[in-house]
Ligand binder design. Structure first.
Ligand SMILES: *Cc1c(COP(=O)(O)O)cnc(C)c1O
Length: 741
């Protein structure tokens, strides 16, 4: 294992001696949820902080020497640096964490969390959307809670993609370029101090991979990277892009993630007894874990699978069929024939694990099926999604009715320190207390939230709305200049939005089931809603469509076209290149967060949780997390938002969209807009602020990754660890008896 020092030493040596602790701070991503650390980086050079894309390593590598010398001679700066550095030390050394206190000391990593994408910070663009951000938030909460966990993923040189729009509003996908030497990443070294290289059997060749380590508070995240000189060009490019390429690329990436990731942990001397597969992408690890047990304990494939599976946890994330990986039998044979031969097990036994009908030789191999057949604990990501998944995967357990399917649910959450605005975090600290979210009962939560004065809450929120509008104008201006407008024209055109208007945010991937254009089905009716000069309404949209999703790109184009026409000009803005930074501004500064997926395709959704934590009111169809949040909160006198419709489902998507859009317009006309403009003599919307308090009291502590990770730990990880412990002994005895035979 590497020491923490090895990561930041080269950078530390290049800084003036008094500033060396900045390198330690830059390399631990804990800065991404510690505003005081960010404030230090910003103070060094605010413009550079922005132009580096909020990357403190690149900032420290490129900041002018004068600035460094200045800071090194500035007592105020050094005092703040000492405080922030001491705070990180305290954070890393804290033994009184939730896990430490409840479940014993933080021994060597016991849980490994595998995911194809991780959204930790905008400067490490190895995520595409909600799945990745959830994985990032999972690691951050695991760190805060003291859970012994490591993450495993892939490092993408070209990331997902940068989005810009051409003059017609058509999405252009351009490549990012992630140079690991300029990111908060360190090469993973072997015991000999050289780069650790892993090899994996590929047909007719060997794949070599190196790894990078990101430090997320206490948690290490290992990222595999195939871009090494030993590989042939097509293999070097294997980890170039997240979700790029064809099925052959995908199976190789998933082989690297599951099999390679598992071997990497072994090479590092880590033997995680529980492995969590975040989505089916990582499911090949189930095979590798069995293979290891076959070799170590002399078991058959079936016996080894039984022993291996006890420690496997699987989370499925989508009811959308295209969201599940299927590989042809040929492709499986190409990559697993040798692998299975080595195990002296027919390939057919493997293929059967990924099929609904094990004997159907033509059936494609499904990664979700493999994961479901392997993991001792499987779950969906909201109550509704759990039920939908039980129905969807009945074929995996043909003898059981759906109600008896072993798929449960753990509802997603968000990492509050990463998503709360600084201003709102200060209100939390003052009125809600440090134990917020740790099992307070509803009455206590409501009592504390009630202490926040309406005027205070409204002042803070208005401040965040103002920040959002400033950000949106700057973003738009840069966007227009990229489109070829002269600077003065771009500046003029960016004079949009009304700082006092009801501001509605909508941002997420432009997957078609999310129906980004639902709001625009009846443009005349919408025009009447937003056109009232006494009660103005404006909309901010953002989101990327997958590069191969023409339907999603058309939706973006449609919204951009509308944003250029009356009556939407200046009141409907599309912000390009949605990422975690854009997301933060939006979920912290909007008044209302709109989400209108077609039920039941939104497995959970998390952006609405980020908004709710900031006192933003949700306006959403009853899908994913909102179905259960609404169920719990609907009877409050001032609920934390509105439900579009009653959860009705129609087979005809067109009809569904019509019904849902009618409900949306009616809510805007009759409830949302009037409530926002219902002010007291001091200009404060009293009922609205009561709803905001309900968002804080009822939603933020429940829909958090702190709650979620505790739940995974208690329901899945600890039982997995216990079974695994118990299995070791009998399996061992079994082998002895065999040997005596
Ligand atoms: C939170 C987040 C998402 C997920 O949004 P949903 O509305 O839950 O789909 C996607 N992308 C980014 C950048 C996010 O921060």
């Amino acid at each position: 294992m590497q020491s923490r020092e090895s990561m930041d030493m080269p950078l530390a040596r290049s800084l003036p001696a008094p500033l060396a602790p900045l390198a330690t701070l830059a390399y631990n991503l804990r800065w991404s949820w510690h505003p005081q650390t960010i404030a230090l980086f910003r103070q060094l050079d605010g413009d550079l902080w922005e132009s580096t894309g909020h990357n403190p390593v690149l900032l420290l590598q490129t900041v002018e020497r004068d600035r460094l010398e200045g800071a090194a001679a500035d007592e105020g700066f050094l005092a703040e640096l000492a405080r922030v550095a001491a705070d990180l030390d305290r954070y890393l050394g804290d033994n009184a964490t939730w896990f430490g206190q409840r479940h014993g000391g933080g021994e060597a990593a016991q849980v490994a969390y595998f995911s194809m994408e991780f959204g930790l910070t905008e400067c490490l663009p190895i995520y595409s959307g909600g799945l990745g951000v959830l994985a990032g938030d999972h690691l951050k909460s695991a760190s805060d809670l003291g859970l012994p966990l490591v993450g495993v993923g892939l490092f993408y040189r070209r990331g997902y993609f940068d989005q810009s729009l051409d003059a017609s509003g058509w999405q252009q996908d351009s490549d990012e370029d992630n140079d690991p030497a300029r990111l908060p990443l360190a090469p993973v070294l072997g015991a000999d101090g050289e780069r650790l290289l892993l090899t994996l059997p590929f047909p007719g060749r060997t794949l070599t991979a190196q790894a990078w380590r990101a430090q997320v508070g206490r948690v290490a995240l290992y990222l595999l990277d195939a871009d090494v000189p030993a590989n042939a060009p097509e293999d070097r490019g294997l980890t170039a892009r997240l979700y790029g390429g064809d099925a052959d690329t995908r199976i190789r990436q998933e082989f690297l993630l599951g099999v390679g990731g598992y071997r990497l942990l072994a090479a590092l001397g880590l033997a995680p007894r529980v492995c969590h597969m975040n989505e089916g992408h990582a499911a090949f690890l189930a095979l590798e874990r069995a293979r290891e047990l076959m070799r170590a304990r002399g078991l058959s494939f079936a016996e080894a699978r039984e022993a291996a599976n006890a420690g496997l946890v699987f989370t499925t994330h989508t009811p959308v069929p295209a969201g599940h990986d299927y590989f042809s039998p040929d492709l499986m044979e190409r990559y697993f024939a040798d692998y299975m031969r080595e195990l002296e097990t027919p390939l057919h036994e493997l293929l059967a694990l990924g099929r609904k009908v094990p004997d159907d030789y033509r059936e494609y191999f499904c990664m979700t099926t493999l994961a479901l057949r392997s993991a001792a604990h499987s779950n969906g990501v909201s109550a509704l999604h759990g039920a939908v998944s039980r129905d969807m995967w009945t074929a995996v357990w043909p003898d059981r009715p759906a109600q008896q399917s072993p798929i449960g649910h753990v509802t997603n959450g968000v990492h509050l320190p990463s998503w709360l605005s600084r201003e709102m975090a200060a209100l939390y600290a003052r009125f809600l207390g440090p134990d917020w979210g740790h099992g307070l009962d509803a009455a206590e939560r409501r009592a504390r939230a009630a202490r926040i004065p309406a005027a205070e809450l409204w002042r803070v929120h208005r401040q965040r709305r103002a920040s959002l509008l400033t950000f949106a104008r700057q973003h738009l201006r840069a966007q227009l200049e990229r489109h070829g407008l002269s600077e003065p024209r771009a500046a003029g055109e960016a004079q949009v939005l009304n700082p006092a208007a009801l501001t509605i945010g909508f941002a997420r991937r432009f997957a078609t089931y999310k129906r980004a254009a639902l709001l625009f089905r009846d443009q005349d009716r919408l025009a009447r809603i937003i056109g009232n000069p006494d009660r103005p309404v404006q909309f901010l949209f953002a989101g990327k469509a997958h590069p191969r999703d023409e339907g999603g790109k058309l939706l973006i184009q449609r919204i951009v076209e509308l944003s250029r026409q009356e009556p939407f000009r200046g009141r409907l803005i599309f912000l390009e290149d949605y990422d975690m930074a854009v997301a933060r501004f939006l979920v912290q500064g909007a008044d209302v967060w709109l989400n209108n997926p077609q039920r039941p395709y939104e497995a959970s959704g998390t952006s609405g949780m980020k908004a709710a934590a900031n006192g933003v009111l949700n306006l959403s169809t009853l899908d994913g997390w909102w179905a259960e949040a609404w169920e719990a909160a609907r009877d409050l006198p001032d609920p934390p938002g509105w439900a579009i419709g009653r959860g009705e489902q129609f087979d005809d998507a067109e009809h569904q969209a019509w019904v849902d859009s009618q409900a949306l317009y009616a809510l805007l006309e009759e409830e949302v807009v009037p409530a926002f403009y219902d002010r007291d003599a001091a200009g404060i919307p009293q009922a609205w602020t009561r709803r905001m308090r309900a968002a804080l009291a009822e939603l933020s502590p429940v829909f958090s990754t702190d709650r979620m990770v505790r739940q995974y730990t208690e329901e899945f990880y600890l039982p997995g660890l216990a079974v695994d412990r118990a299995m070791v002994a009998p399996v061992h005895r079994h082998r002895l008896t065999r040997a005596q035979d």
